[in-house]
Design a protein around this ligand. Sequence first.
Ligand SMILES: Nc1nc2c(c(=O)[nH]1)N[C@H]1C(S)=C(S)[C@@H](COP(=O)(O)OP(=O)(O)OC[C@H]3O[C@@H](n4cnc5c(=O)[nH]c(N)nc54)[C@H](O)[C@@H]3O)O[C@H]1N2
Ligand SMILES: Nc1nc2c(c(=O)[nH]1)N[C@H]1C(S)=C(S)[C@@H](COP(=O)(O)OP(=O)(O)OC[C@H]3O[C@@H](n4cnc5c(=O)[nH]c(N)nc54)[C@H](O)[C@@H]3O)O[C@H]1N2
Ligand code: SF4
Ligand SMILES: [Mo]
Length: 677
Amino acid sequence: MKQENGIEYKKTICPLDCPDSCGIIAKVDNGTVVSLKGDPDHPYTQGYICRKMRSYIERVYSSERVLYPQLRVGEKGEGKFKRISWDEALEIFARKVTEVRETYGGEAILPYQYAGNMGAINKNAGYALYHKLGASRILETICSAAAGAGMAMHLPDVPGSPPEVAEDADLIVAWGINIKVTNIHFWQYVAAARKRGAKLLVIDPYKNDTVKSADLYIPVQPGGDGALALGAIKLLLESRLIDRQMLEKQTTGFDALEKYLRATPWDEFTRLSGVEKSGIEQFAQLLAGHPKTFIRIGIGLSRNSRGGMSVRSIASLGAVLGLLDGQDGKGMLLSSKSFTGDSSKLRFPELMEKPTRHINMAHLGHALTSLKPPVKMFISYNCNPLCVAPDASIVRKGLERDDLFTVVHEQVMTPTARYADLLLPATTFLENRDLYTGYGHFQFGVVDSVIEPLGEAKSNFQLFQDLAGKLGFTDEPFRQTVDDRLSAYIATIEGLPPNFEFIPDKPTEWITSTRKRLSESVIDCWQTFFAFNVEGDEQTPSIPCLLEADEFSNKDLCSRFPLQLITPPHIDLLNSTFGERYPEESGTVLIHPNDAEIYNITDGCVVKIYNHRGGVNRVAKVTEDTRQGLIVAEGIFWQTASCPAGINDLTSQKTTDIAAGPTFHESLVAITPIDGH
Ligand SMILES: Nc1nc2c(c(=O)[nH]1)N[C@H]1C(S)=C(S)[C@@H](COP(=O)(O)OP(=O)(O)OC[C@H]3O[C@@H](n4cnc5c(=O)[nH]c(N)nc54)[C@H](O)[C@@H]3O)O[C@H]1N2
Ligand SMILES: Nc1nc2c(c(=O)[nH]1)N[C@H]1C(S)=C(S)[C@@H](COP(=O)(O)OP(=O)(O)OC[C@H]3O[C@@H](n4cnc5c(=O)[nH]c(N)nc54)[C@H](O)[C@@H]3O)O[C@H]1N2
Ligand code: SF4
Ligand SMILES: [Mo]
């Protein structure tokens, strides 16, 4: 695009798994990116990006970058490889795929990918070939399965409220979301609303960065949100603070919930939420006194055994408060769902001869060690499973298997990449063309690559097209260019303005979705009723109700491992991405002074955190930011040479109440100092 004295400024979009999906301007000097800045024209990003991405070019040109295909020469995990050519690499890849398929069948191939790059083309690039091969299929549960399913049970196919609606709210509730860390551009609306006198309330088990800037704080127990939300509805009921006429118009099935809430004693709500009755009372009164309330719901609160129910209950509270009708300053946002497209145009399930087995991402450890018939080939791209999947010591055991052939397509030498038999170099987003939409806002864009691929790196798309070619597949998807695939997909997208025209080879302007839940669209397009009482089954109650925790209420485990552990995001990491910036660092753990005293821990000392699944070392931070009984480990730091375990060695393969998501925030642990301070 713009060019000045040989320097070009090119528009691009942050590919990371972050709700903000920022518009970026890359400054390019003779084919080298020299800076990345926020695009001032992007309606949501408004000219700034986070510090992780301002320094992303360090990663692009880092010595950690994988730039050539390589074959393992050392032990698995040792990270010793020799360089080979792409021809050889594709030959080996294709031969292995064929061998495994012929000997064990397609399902012995386990693909694993997630969200290193959120571009529609590159995120989904492997599916066509995997379907053609009849590989096992992964259930993509690792992030938001429970939250999404919980919301969809009561409010199907409706986009979230646009974040800018919060600007007109009088009360903003950040419920299980650390806005200052993981959704930084939402803060502009918080700041604007507060200028007018609005209040920010945060509901979180610990005092994260957002709590520190908030007006009000409710320290809920991990997993206690359902009880808090339902307790608030009970109080509104008992205090006759519910607008029955509105409920009649906008919702169905409230009777069943009302009956249940009236019949359930108060001490159940307080015990399960960890909030006293007076606290729930104040919360409900606050909500009732602020008709213009905006609830920003995080996904983090759903990563426990009651997570789906928590989201169901919070959504129900929103409906009881009348936050669904799209009026000014009222809203509820979990995920924007701003554009919906036909994913079969990206994934081509029709290439599958017959439906193959599903494997839950949260059960990777099990899949690699004990699944029958066994997995013989493991292929990972866009993902760092050894760091991000739960119960990592079992995952590691699986990756160590001599009879497992592992292919990893990566940008940098991650802990997973070290276990590859065949390691392939991946481009970064600056080297790819792709389409991006955000899940925290309503913008869309297609952007070109900014620079040529470094070394011999290939995009995910190119890798799978080349491999399909090597295997002799000629089905249409394998003959497509990026623009062919984009054109076909874009034609199915709902939310694009009627005058939108996709021109191959050209970047688009920033496009705002028309799928917005504002007052007129609620009436005109969705006419949605919120259903409190839905079809349930044995495992899924039909109305939101109280649930006991799983691991946290296991008496045996509580007696052996008395501390609760949650593992929320770190400001300078994006899940495990950027781990290469912290070699030999394993992160900190927040511990309350009372626990520090009990366990003989001083601020700054190295501690071992352990349970029946594994152990990991971290540096203790003694602080009242957490409560007694709860320790908090921010960030998925990479395993190091001195500590080959990571934080997920402590988390379990148990899954959430609905949609089988992982339970990253529900581990019982013990702690002990290890360096004698
Ligand atoms: N800097 C940074 N940004 C990120 C990420 C990152 O790793 N680092 N990760 C990205 C990804 S993949 C995602 S999915 C999003 C994550 O975003 P979300 O999961 O939507 O939200 P987080 O901001 O991670 O919120 C986690 C907060 O939830 C709290 N929490 C944990 N359990 C509970 C609970 O039971 N109840 C309540 N009320 N709160 C609870 C944690 O203490 C933490 O403060 O962020 C994205 N953005
Ligand atoms: N304990 C604990 N564990 C968690 C979480 C938690 O809160 N606590 N959060 C969970 C959540 S919400 C999520 S979404 C998952 C995320 O898990 P992942 O999707 O694995 O995310 P990242 O850790 O960011 O790793 C992405 C990897 O993809 C690579 N990559 C980036 N772009 C490309 C590309 O174009 N091609 C290829 N081939 N590779 C690329 C990056 O270099 C990086 O190593 O982690 C989950 N794990
Ligand atoms: S990580 Fe999030 S805040 Fe940072 S640039 Fe990317 S989209 Fe924006
Ligand atoms: Mo995520």
